[in-house]
Design a protein. Structure first.
Length: 195
């Protein structure tokens, strides 16, 4: 994308950015007195989609390496400081030659802890493949839409457009045209912005 890594970092390390552009993550709020991103800071998320309905999550910032990596783990409400996460979300930034552009990758992988999808598959074992494929499709599409929104916002900011002009959903939401997520025994989904 045509924005410097520092500009893109400012967006992806702000948890509200993902909520602005994701079709699934609707709202985020810092928890436990946190006022911004820091390793071990927690935030709540309100999520919604047509298939699963609405649900709430708690996430913990797991890694921050400015301006390269921003990662959070979905954790259980009563286990905010330790334990294995059911899901890990990551933004990875790479400067494009000359530093005026950024290649941004956004992805999610299923963690080692038991999550809601395990329960759903157990209730419908005959539909396991379809359940997992459907969830991965939703994740791919959401990641692509979020990346498109972050790209549009970062490039607008680099041209001097005011950030307030990006309301929820202002990014160019689109579906993932290619199934580019690698096959794995642990479902992983990732997409990369074009430079």
């Amino acid at each position: 994308m045509a924005a410097a890594p520092e500009q893109v970092w400012e967006l992806v390390s702000d948890i509200a950015t993902s909520a602005r552009h994701s079709p699934e993550l609707q709202e985020v709020t810092w928890l436990d007195g946190a006022e911004g991103p820091a390793v071990d800071a927690c935030f709540s998320g309100r999520n919604r989609n047509e298939v699963l309905g609405e649900w709430h999550t708690v996430s913990r910032i797991a890694e921050m390496e400015e301006p390269r990596t921003f990662q959070w783990e979905v954790v259980y409400t009563d286990d905010r400081r330790g334990g294995d996460p059911p899901a890990i979300w990551t933004y990875t930034l790479e400067a494009v030659t000359g530093g005026s552009g950024t290649r941004l990758q956004h992805g999610m992988r299923i963690g080692t802890a038991r999550g809601p999808m395990h329960d759903f598959v157990e209730k419908h074992p005959e539909k396991e493949k379809e359940i997992i494929a459907s969830r991965l499709d939703l994740l791919r599409n959401g990641i692509e839409a979020t990346l498109a929104g972050v790209k549009a916002e970062a490039e607008a900011r680099s041209r001097g457009r005011r950030p307030e002009s990006f309301a929820r959903g202002a990014g160019a939401h689109r579906t993932c045209p290619a199934r580019s997520c690698p096959p794995s025994s642990v479902p992983v989904c990732a997409a990369r912005s074009s430079p």
